[in-house]
Design a protein around this ligand. Structure first.
Ligand SMILES: CCCC/N=C1\SC[C@@H]2[C@H](O)[C@H](O)[C@@H](O)CN12
Length: 660
């Protein structure tokens, strides 16, 4: 069986295959993972067992790096890995499923088995995780009145359909069936959600039991304040808290005493012990001290608790996958999910890892042998990018199917665009000769709007931050508003976070109507290999507003992991060899560099291509560099971050509809 106890020495090749072979030859009758309530412990195959686990999200790490990360986790002394399954990562459209490449969940389970790690699986359907919409697919919002995370029949129908595809895939991987999955979480911190719908939780528990059987241990996880609505009869109750809650000596005792109200007997479990914390654009970089993290872990292990450290390796929010929070205002999560975790975003062991490994070694055997050293890093540049053209120059290629027309603007979800960008276009029905206020009522820009008149950039509006700007234009002029989704709310009571122009904009006293919506397929265009500027029609040479830049480059020396640095750029999206590396926001920070995994780069003189979509202003010299270290904690450019107080929205005057 996949032994949970550490081998005496790092396994040589044949024994690396052993877990794999064992998975193929299940001895289902001798395998079990159960709660021993008489002795407040787990039993693995009848033997007392405690897991020391770490969270790693396969969806934040390129598949080619999974084995490396999992091996480092095993060598750190962990005997289990915990991870979510994001529904929206695997079902991009209703009934369309993707389990290939970096979405190959079964391959990841197998890599965990090869690394001799048991698995604690968290399939949701909601996962939070600072992931877009907490893992729920945006297409659920095509039914705008749907009540997410409740027993709403529309929501449950979609959940049932998804789990009837997913759960049979993992059934063979359950520990008692010969696999490495020892427990499965139902929902996620449901007690923190406003609905408190026990019928919903009972439905999920019944569905999991119907498909997975009665043996697998099902559990819930909640913060101490969420246990009441988050726990359910028949599901093992666990809690989550970080070192921050342990500032007082007796706090851990208080939390576990509270947990005992729900689980009087059985092992104590902290399912998310925070080793660091997440970052928001525009807020300072988060860290947790080595001392506080190791001290808390040691105290829990002394109590005999099983612990999962969240995160052990954070990884990256590539593409548009980051989520967002709402703390007084809308706060998108950064591209880096480094989390100040024991294994850095680039996969390097940190001092925090070695300190945690020392703690773990006091309680259970850890694999002998050294941790792999930090990966080789590469510096390159500066590279000068050339101007391909402003975004509008490529509109026919970005929206080949043409626009959708509506009197009032439609949301991303209504035009079936889940991420990225939608261009909203209307035409001025009167000449606006004096600078006139342009704004969207009810904070209706979700989330950033780049405003152009006849192709000339007039500025940016931002959710919660910047509500109005002033513009002029001739009658008949094109008014283009490029809307950017910055990622959907992944936590809180309102996860129905619609994107786009949620309200019709107002120019002066006129509500603007008769809109064309262009859902933009930017990632398809950027994948094209030949220079974009060959595509554009004649267009103003001086770029204005959202603009593409690119260059080709070769790596002549030794390649390695590297960190893209964009000094002087403002905000945008980056692709390397067609791979969407994620968002940059140099002017907002705290993140200044983007992690570039070495496998994304072609070495030994082969040509690589980098493409930027700069949404605001490029530097006079459009250059980028590749550094050998990350910059995640820059001081914030306060002058650029609009202060909310300066943007008090004046009372709306009486309005009229445009064109009537
Ligand atoms: C006070 C915290 C409430 C929100 N919970 C959070 S913030 C970081 C983590 C991850 O999102 C994780 O997915 C949540 O389960 C718990 N948690």
């Amino acid at each position: 069986p996949v032994s949970a106890m550490a081998p005496k020495k790092p396994p040589c090749l044949p024994s690396l295959l052993l877990p794999l072979l064992t998975l193929l030859l299940p001895q289902a009758d001798t395998r079990s993972f159960v709660v021993d309530r008489d002795n407040d412990r787990f039993l693995l195959d009848g033997v007392p067992f405690r897991y020391v686990s770490g969270s790693l999200h396969y969806f934040r790490v390129p598949r080619v790096l999974w084995a490396d990360r999992l091996f480092k986790m095993r060598m750190s002394g962990l005997n289990a890995v915990q991870f979510y399954v994001p529904w929206n990562y695997h079902e991009p459209e209703p009934g369309v499923y993707n389990f290939h490449g970096s979405r190959d969940l079964i391959a990841f389970l197998n890599e965990a088995a090869i690394a001799n790690l048991l698995v604690i699986l968290r399939p949701g359907p909601y996962i939070c995780a600072e992931w877009d919409m907490g893992g729920l697919p945006a297409w659920l919002l095509r039914k705008p009145k749907i009540h997410l995370r409740t027993s709403d029949p529309d929501f449950l129908a979609a959940v049932d359909s998804w789990f009837k595809v997913l759960l049979p895939k993992i059934h063979p991987w359950l520990y008692h069936n010969g696999g490495n999955i020892i427990s499965i979480q139902v929902e996620n911190e449901y007690g923190s959600y406003r609905a408190c719908d026990f019928n919903y939780m009972r439905h999920l528990a019944g569905l999991f039991r119907a498909i997975l059987g009665d043996e697998i241990l099902l559990f819930t996880t909640d913060g101490p304040e969420g246990l009441k609505c988050g726990s359910l009869e028949g599901l093992y109750t666990t809690v989550d808290f970080g070192p921050g809650l342990l500032s007082k000596a007796d706090n851990m005792t208080k939390i576990f005493t509270l947990l005992r109200n729900y689980e009087p007997h059985g092992p104590l479990v902290n399912s998310e012990y925070y080793t660091g914390w997440l970052d928001y654009w525009g807020q300072n970089h988060s860290t947790r001290s080595v001392h506080s993290v190791t001290n808390g872990l040691e105290n829990m292990l002394k109590l005999g608790a099983s612990v999962n450290m969240y995160m052990f390796h954070g990884g990256t929010n590539f593409g548009y996958w980051n989520g967002a929070d709402e703390k007084g205002r809308f706060l998108p999560i950064t591209t880096s999910y480094d989390y100040d975790a024991p294994i850095s975003e680039a996969g390097d062991p940190t001092p925090k890892l070695f300190a945690l490994r020392d703690v773990i070694s006091k309680f259970q055997e850890i694999p002998l042998g050294p941790l792999p050293p930090p990966s080789p890093k590469m510096m390159l540049g500066p590279l000068t990018l050339h101007l391909d053209g402003d975004l509008l120059a490529f509109l026919n290629y970005l929206c080949p199917q043409g626009p959708i027309y509506s009197i009032l603007p439609m949301t991303f979800e209504a035009v079936k665009q889940d991420h990225g960008f939608v261009l909203y276009r209307t035409y001025l029905s009167n000449t606006v000769s004096e600078p006139t206020r342009f704004w969207v009522p009810n904070n209706g820009v979700h989330d950033r709007a780049y405003v152009m008149v006849d192709g000339v950039f007039h500025g940016v509006l931002e959710r919660n931050m910047k509500h109005k700007l002033f513009l002029t234009g001739q009658v008949g002029a094109k008014l283009d508003v490029l809307l950017e989704s910055m990622g959907r709310l992944s936590f809180g009571s309102n996860t129905s976070d619609f994107k786009g122009l949620i309200e019709p904009p107002v120019l002066g006293q006129t509500i603007l109507t008769r809109w064309l919506m262009f859902p933009l397929k930017v990632d398809k265009l950027v994948k094209w290999w030949f220079p974009l500027q060959l595509l554009k029609r004649s267009h103003p040479q001086t770029p204005s507003g959202p603009t593409f830049y690119s260059t080709m480059f070769a790596i002549l020396g030794s390649s390695g992991d590297t960190f893209l640095y964009l000094p002087g750029w403002t905000k945008g999206q980056v692709w390397i060899n067609g791979f969407n590396l994620g968002r940059y926001w140099t002017k907002r920070g705290p993140q200044q560099t983007l992690y570039v995994p070495r496998p994304l780069l072609y070495p030994r003189g082969a040509l690589n291509k980098i493409t930027l979509l700069e949404l605001e202003n490029a530097p006079p010299q459009p250059q980028v560099q590749f550094l050998d270290r990350p910059i995640l904690n820059s001081t914030l450019h306060r002058t650029y971050v609009y202060s909310l107080s300066a943007e008090v929205q004046s009372d709306p005057e009486p309005m009229q509809l445009s064109g009537h």
